[in-house]
Design a protein around this ligand. Structure first.
Ligand code: HEM
Length: 410
């Protein structure tokens, strides 16, 4: 599947390269392999962006500290400019350049180091085991039972949010992500996202107020402390940080857990190997990140006239880097379409790179490891249940809305 096709048809472009297209949503990899071999630097004239699919090029762009992320610097009518705050709002740090990006990331960086994330493992394990203990013995939707609740419960604790509102938070953040990370939301999605955003803002405003004069040991309190210590940080920025942490860490980690389980169902020999050798767990999660990345593409804005792979690209144009295609580039990963929990030298780009490298990468790894560990411990074997699965249709993300599994006890 990863070999070049000899087709004389034009390569896929535009919507056909997004989860809005049914075929791409179901299995994007043959399309991406074809693009990578025939037009690795492809100008998508429908969505006005350059789509990069080779590992070498994607890596180079992500780690090039000169490239911009702020959509306000993109040429009008390009793909990136579609992300411009619909009501004129400042973008979050994900789409900011220095010095603001550095300042905002610096405020929360310490809470997400590998060591800090490791400090959450016991708690994550406890939550995972509790969720699995509540899972039924008959076919169930793994997304609703485990993959959906776990990340919200964890980040809510880190932010020090009142317990008992996880379901609301999950719903608001999912609805907001459907539009916020989607350059082409429908009017209905925009209306729903605006309402969800209002609800989230009101919720976080209350949480901020509750802490003023009574700071605790949580991330919101840390940000308020920084504000009191004279950092330039507006209440609006604290709100945005809370929103980003909730939204960026939610859908993505849910998707990683679902994609891990699906890969283990599709490759039962690998699942058996993992059961026999649990020390492979961390590598198995890295392999899932490579094999089926929850974030399909990230982006930058060309900061000067440049050339990539012999293709000239003008300043201000959108560079859409396909993490999913890069991860399956056979130049870097042999037999890229094989899921191999023992694979050595994994160089996936699923957490991006450079200044914007995913802040929550270590936390996400721990959550996925503990969720999969709990699933393997609870069930002898999992197969796909008759009710099947459905992929989400938000461009840039890849993961399940529902994934019905049938357990057998071990
Ligand atoms: C499997 C789960 C996750 C995946 C695949 C993922 C992926 C990504 C990617 C691709 C980026 C953009 C990187 C770039 O363009 O260079 C990113 C940025 C970010 N992620 Fe994650 N993420 C995950 C989980 C999380 C979690 C759990 C959190 C926090 C709780 C989080 C917080 C962030 C933040 C704050 C940024 C922006 C960083 C910046 O701009 O400096 N992510 N993530």
């Amino acid at each position: 599947m990863s070999t070049a096709t000899t087709s004389k048809l034009p390569v896929a472009t535009g919507i056909a390269l997004t989860a809005l297209d049914e075929g791409f949503r179901e299995n994007p990899y043959p399309t991406l392999a074809d693009l990578r071999e025939r037009e690795p630097v492809h100008y998508d004239s429908e969505l006005k962006r350059y789509v990069l699919t080779r590992h070498h090029d994607v890596h180079a762009v992500l780690f090039d500290l000169e490239q911009w992320s702020d959509p306000r610097r993109a040429n009008p009518d390009t793909f990136t400019s579609l992300f411009l705050g619909r009501d004129g709002e400042e973008p979050s740090m994900l789409m900011m350049d220095d010095p603001d990006h550095k300042r905002l990331r610096g405020l929360v960086r310490r809470s997400f180091t590998p060591r800090a994330a490791e400090g959450w493992r016991e708690k994550v394990r406890g939550v995972s085991e509790r969720l699995l203990a509540e899972a039924p013995d008959e076919p169930f939707d793994l997304v609703a039972a485990v993959a959906d609740p776990l990340p919200t419960m964890v980040i809510a604790e880190m932010l020090g949010l009142a317990p008992g509102r996880h379901q609301e938070l999950k719903t608001w953040s999912s609805v907001s992500a459907e539009s916020g990370f989607n350059p082409m939301p429908t009017p209905e999605q925009e209306t729903a996202a605006n309402a969800a955003q209002k609800a989230l803002d009101a919720f976080f405003c209350e949480e901020i107020e509750r802490r003023r004069g009574n700071l605790g040991d949580d991330l919101i309190s840390d940000m308020l402390r920084a504000e009191e210590a004279g950092e330039r940080l507006s209440e609006r920025e604290i709100l945005q940080q809370c929103n980003l942490l909730l939204i960026a860490g939610n859908v993505t980690t849910t998707d990683l857990i679902g994609n891990s389980v699906k890969a283990l169902i599709d490759f039962p020999d690998e699942a058996s190997k993992l059961r026999r050798r649990p020390e492979l767990l961390a590598n198995a999660i890295e392999e899932t990140l490579r094999f089926d990345s929850p974030v399909v593409n990230s982006g930058r804005v060309a900061s000067s006239d440049t050339e990539i792979g012999g293709v000239p690209i003008a300043k201000g144009e959108s560079l859409s880097v396909s993490l999913a295609a890069a991860n399956r580039d056979p130049r870097v990963h042999a037999e890229p379409d094989r899921f191999d929990v023992e694979r050595q030298g994994i160089q996936h780009l699923s957490f991006g790179g450079g200044r914007h490298f995913c802040l929550g990468a270590h936390l996400a790894r721990i959550e996925a490891q503990e969720a999969v560990r709990a699933i393997l411990d609870r069930f002898g074997k999992l197969t796909l249940a008759e009710a099947g699965y459905r992929y989400g249709a938000t461009p840039s993300f890849r993961g399940f809305e529902v994934l019905w599994v049938a357990p057998e006890h071990g």
